[in-house]
Write a protein that binds this ligand. Structure first.
Ligand code: GLV
Length: 329
């Protein structure tokens, strides 16, 4: 019997390809070529399943080119590359990879916060450039992390992981703002206090963004919000590019209306706003918050298991639009 045909849109762990090949006729991209949207559509034409990463846009146009498609399994927890309503309308299941990356990503959020507050990148560049001639009392003096006020915007699983690290590990006073308030039990575990967005901006010493990207969260942090922050505050974005207005942030960093920023995600990445590349008080990393070997493997395995679970057994593990399952039943 012919195996169902699937596409793996980007290079991935060879053992994951081998596992998929047990069940499917797999067209892979181990050469990691950059396909245009049109090429992606052409490749999807005869496929029932797709293994995607955050870089492949699946919208009405892509779906129109993929008449046989039944599932797209994203190897990412964020899924703003999917037009989920268009997928649901076409009866295409969407899945993502929650939970397996929570603690790793929270570790990274904290690492970026620490690097930003303590000016680690800036001071390393100085040292590597051979500029370290003598010690001085204020050389790369940053701000304290322990005992300071940690603000978290977006209090899902990763936000809660960062809150726990801050409250329990560093004795931070944790405040958060979210669309919905956490239960009293979760607030207690995270030692986090719910505040308005205005209070969060005004009082956080370190503000970490962990909210999902959507049309509503576009430029959640722009010039007006940055102007409400303390001049000594730092801002960390591990959520998605587009949540911050990068041009406004570069200006705030240059004018020192906030002290520093740590960014793992960018508007229009992998391009980075040129002004961010020239300001010294920003730590820049290339979207690596979930990048540890075990976590990236767990994410790839979960995406593969969603394809196998759905196409072979009729049961995906982490569906985003489960209505598609009911409609197909
Ligand atoms: C990474 O950004 C993810 O959404 O998993």
């Amino acid at each position: 019997m012919n195996k169902p045909r699937i596409l793996v849109a980007r290079s991935v762990f060879p053992e994951v390809i081998e596992k998929l090949q047990q069940f499917f006729d797999v067209e892979h991209n181990q050469a990691d070529e950059q396909w245009t949207k049109q090429q992606l559509g052409e490749k999807l034409h005869d496929k029932v399943g797709a293994f995607t990463t955050g870089g492949e846009r699946i919208d009405a146009q892509t779906l129109a080119a993929a008449p046989a498609l039944k599932i797209c399994a994203n190897m990412a927890v964020g899924y703003n590359n999917f037009d989920v309503p268009a997928m649901t309308q076409r009866g295409v299941l969407a899945t993502n990879t929650p939970d397996v990356l929570t603690e790793t990503t929270a570790d990274f959020g904290f690492a970026l916060l620490m690097a930003t507050a303590r000016r680690i990148s800036e001071s390393e560049h100085f040292l590597r450039a051979g500029k370290w001639g003598k010690w001085s009392y204020d050389m790369f003096a940053g701000s304290d992390v322990h005992g300071s006020t940690l603000g978290i915007l977006g209090m899902g699983r990763i936000g809660q992981g960062i809150a726990r690290r801050g409250a329990h590990g560093f004795g931070m006073n944790v405040i958060y703002h979210n669309r919905s308030r956490l239960s009293a039990e979760l607030e207690g575990e995270c030692k986090a206090r719910y505040v308005t967005k205005e209070e969060l901006l005004r009082t956080a010493d370190h503000l970490v963004l962990v909210l999902p990207y959507s049309a509503e969260s576009h430029h959640t942090i722009g010039a007006a919000e940055l102007s409400q922050m303390k001049p000594t505050a730092t801002l960390v974005n591990i959520a998605r590019g587009g949540i911050v207005d990068d041009a406004a942030l570069a200006k705030a960093l240059r004018d020192r209306t906030i002290a520093a920023a740590g960014l793992d995600v960018f508007e229009g990445e992998p391009k980075v706003h040129p002004d961010l590349l020239t300001v010294p008080n920003v730590v820049l990393t290339p979207h690596i918050a979930s990048a540890t070997v075990p976590t990236r493997l767990a994410m790839a395995q979960l995406a593969a298991d969603n394809l196998i679970g759905f196409l072979v057994h009729g049961k995906p593990l982490t569906p985003l639009n489960p209505d598609v399952l009911k409609a197909g039943a």
